[in-house]
Ligand binder design. Sequence first.
Ligand SMILES: NC(=O)c1ccc[n+]([C@@H]2O[C@H](COP(=O)([O-])OP(=O)(O)OC[C@H]3O[C@@H](n4cnc5c(N)ncnc54)[C@H](OP(=O)(O)O)[C@@H]3O)[C@@H](O)[C@H]2O)c1
Length: 491
Amino acid sequence: MSETPRPADLIVFGGTGDLSMRKLLPALYHCDRDDRLAPETRIITMSRGGLDDADFRGKVDAEVRGYVPADDHATWQRFLGRLHHVSIDVGGQDTEGWSRTARLLAGHEERDRIFYLASPPMTFGPFCRELHRAGLVTPASRVVLEKPLGRDLASAQRINDEVGAIFDERQIYRIDHYLGKETVQNLLVLRFANAFLEPIWNSLWIDHVQITAAETVGTPGRRGYYDHAGALRDMVQNHLLQLLCLVAMEPPSRNDRESIRDEKVKVLQSLRPIVGGEVDRFTVRGQYTAGECDGVRVPGYLDEPDSTAPTEASRRVETFAAIRAEVKNWRWAGVPFYLRTGKRMPYRSTEIVVQFKDVPHSIFPGSAPNRLVLRLQPSEGIRLHLMAKEPGAGEVALKPVPLSLSFAETFTSRVPEAYERLLMDVLAGNPTLFMRRDEVEAAWRWIDPILHEWEAQGAAPEPYPAGSPGPAGAHELVLRSGRYWYEDDLA
Ligand SMILES: NC(=O)c1ccc[n+]([C@@H]2O[C@H](COP(=O)([O-])OP(=O)(O)OC[C@H]3O[C@@H](n4cnc5c(N)ncnc54)[C@H](OP(=O)(O)O)[C@@H]3O)[C@@H](O)[C@H]2O)c1
């Protein structure tokens, strides 16, 4: 049974934003509903909008209600009662907002105090400085930083320096919500709590690994953000590289806060740099054009409805990226790790495919190599594709059959959202599933030369029609070594 939760003050900076409304507040409600928040715990949100407690509770009642089960009126009222709102303009010489925050927090210095920065990254430094000036950082304080942490190595280092000037590294929780997903936890359990897999988890037995994060959505109304982000910064630098680390890392000696993160950093440091002329050989970038997605005709990236017209940055930004990565160590020498992510793909799916080598000598016609598929979304599950004999007399006929573990079907308990798990870890002071500074910076160090080369070339990304699995170059990237992408393997 889990420990009794400790009272805490959770301050969400950016509490009226999309992330808070769609993810954080629903996750906190679920935690409350499962009695994982102490009765005294408060949620104090901040934004510039001039709202007071009553306005904000009304907004949550109207907007968040749709994301949570409607079955429990009393718990919903209890949850609304935990909410407080401070109107504040961070970076704007606002003293009244900080005074009100100080009044709310006064007398509760002994409580865990969590500052969750669900706001644009350029506000992280000013927020921490003003918070410090207001005298609100206590020894029991922690700060959670949302991604993206910067847009290259230099800006990530600057943010880390600014936040690090106020908080110790042990107080800083850099979130990548993929790490809170059940399948990701299960990948570690599968690898390190079962004896059969680890001896074959290497270049002798594994042919290659594919990590795909495909979305059907485009970017309507998000040009301002996406033009300056792109798929490489938005998805590969954080989510896909984190998944690669968990597949490739060595067994940690303990399941504690540093051991797993130490092993992940070693993987990032072992990634073979892709520089200069190699960027064209090992990476592909694309941008969607008009097409049909989910049975609906949709516009191309440049024609998405938006309040601003497309610019040169819009023409150059990638909505699709694929990379052939290599981990240069004894375990993985010669095993390609193919990473791929895109918008307006034919399906919404995030999965890791571990393709084993074929049997050394086949005595049956029609055999195919084994494949382990770990799916993170839409439904989480694990599937191992094995060869089996088709029932019947006569010639032995083989058929690939899956051994499946669907969490929803196998476990009757609700599969928690990644943010629930991660918020509970922050409240419990457990940083294992959060990224350390050296991890984030090692990831940027590998990504930076690719970004620089793409920017130096200045060429437009390769077009691909919405609803297709990316540009032709992505297909060629794997075909060059006689391989092909698995499309939506668990569908
Ligand atoms: N949305 C997602 O699904 C998602 C997923 C992963 C990561 N993230 C990251 O999470 C962060 C927030 O994303 P979002 O989509 O929620 O953004 P958003 O909808 O634009 O919300 C930003 C929030 O920050 C507040 N804010 C901004 N500047 C402020 C200032 N100077 N003083 C006080 N409040 C300020 C905004 O309120 P006012 O404008 O009213 O002040 C709003 O509450 C970003 O770093 C984003 O990259 C978002």
